[in-house]
Design a binder for this molecule. Structure first.
Ligand SMILES: Cc1cc2nc3c(=O)[nH]c(=O)nc-3n(C[C@H](O)[C@H](O)[C@H](O)COP(=O)(O)OP(=O)(O)OC[C@H]3O[C@@H](n4cnc5c(N)ncnc54)[C@H](O)[C@@H]3O)c2cc1C
Length: 260
């Protein structure tokens, strides 16, 4: 069971950050994943009153505060229309609407969970992460960087003309993905593979191959093979790395054909 000695709702992110520097303090987003743990936390810092629940539409970007919930992706007119409904479609695949009403963007991106569907989906967009202490960093870099005791303030998604699609395989609808794949096609093609079961990564060699040789059925077949070869998979309780490799090739091919 998870238990807190003290619980506090700071009024702004600076206050939250200063409190977080205490030993055994923990940020709370929606607490959906946290509550599954068996720990005693001295200080629980709930961001609910810290002014991080906003979606701002600017000419070039959409800014999403870390306390925005996943269900707001489905309901917010800016986000649900962005990239032809791509983000809305991905959000709808995550658990139930009731859970999505609680799960936050901060709690989804900051911990870099390997099984995350949204991280894979955002990786093929131009997404930046804003950390209170460490500042701005692209999502791609963030996934490779060790961050300690910081707070995710917001994410910023660039509005671009691109086609994007998301594919996954699960044992049942409410289960975690066994593998997920996102592909976008703007000026260049981007391919991300997640739930490997490690956190999502771009398929750099496959992307380079396609961006050099162009999108056609033969090149897509080849790029899907390259992606399955270059991505590192592992075994877990759900399946084997060999199975993930086979699924990866099929999902990448399907996703690329869709955006072609
Ligand atoms: C049963 C279950 C099934 C799930 N299935 C899926 C699935 O199929 N696909 C999928 O993509 N996701 C799935 N998730 C994960 C979900 O999408 C969220 O990533 C997760 O539940 C955390 O969201 P939360 O807002 O409740 O964060 P919390 O549980 O509150 O926090 C999670 C971690 O992030 C930290 N944190 C939270 N907010 C911030 C912040 N702003 N800055 C810094 N640190 C922060 C917390 O300290 C904690 O360590 C599932 C979760 C559960 C509980």
């Amino acid at each position: 069971m998870l238990s807190f000695k003290s619980y506090i709702k700071p009024k702004n992110i600076k206050e939250a950050y200063d409190l977080l520097q205490n030993n055994n303090a923990e940020i709370i987003g929606g607490a959906t994943f946290l509550r599954l743990s068996n720990r005693k936390v001295d200080l629980a810092i709930d961001l609910i009153d810290a002014g991080l629940d906003y979606i701002k539409d600017t000419e070039e970007n959409v800014e999403i505060g870390s306390m925005v919930t996943i269900s707001e992706f489905e309901e917010n007119p800016i986000l649900s229309n962005l990239f032809n409904g791509y983000l809305k479609n991905v959000a709808e695949t995550i658990l139930s609407f009731q859970m999505r009403n609680i799960i936050t963007i901060g709690g989804t991106l900051y911990p870099k969970y390997g099984f995350s569907d949204l991280i894979t989906a955002l990786l093929v967009l131009n997404t930046d992460i804003y950390l209170y202490h460490s500042g701005k960093i692209s999502l791609e870099e963030y996934l490779k960087t060790k961050v300690h005791k910081d707070i995710l303030e917001k994410i910023v998604i660039k509005k671009e003309k691109l086609k994007a699609t998301f594919h996954y395989i699960r044992n049942s609808e409410y289960d975690f993905s066994i593998l997920n794949v996102a592909v976008s096609k703007g000026k260049k093609v981007k391919i991300a593979v997640g739930a490997r079961p490690g956190v999502a990564t771009l398929a750099y060699k496959a992307m380079e191959y396609l961006n050099k040789n162009g999108l056609n059925e033969n090149n897509i077949k080849e790029a899907a093979k390259i992606a399955a070869e270059e991505i590192v998979f592992a075994d877990d309780i759900k399946t084997s790395k060999e199975y993930r490799k086979v699924v990866c090739e099929a999902l990448v091919r399907r996703a690329l054909l869709e955006v072609m």
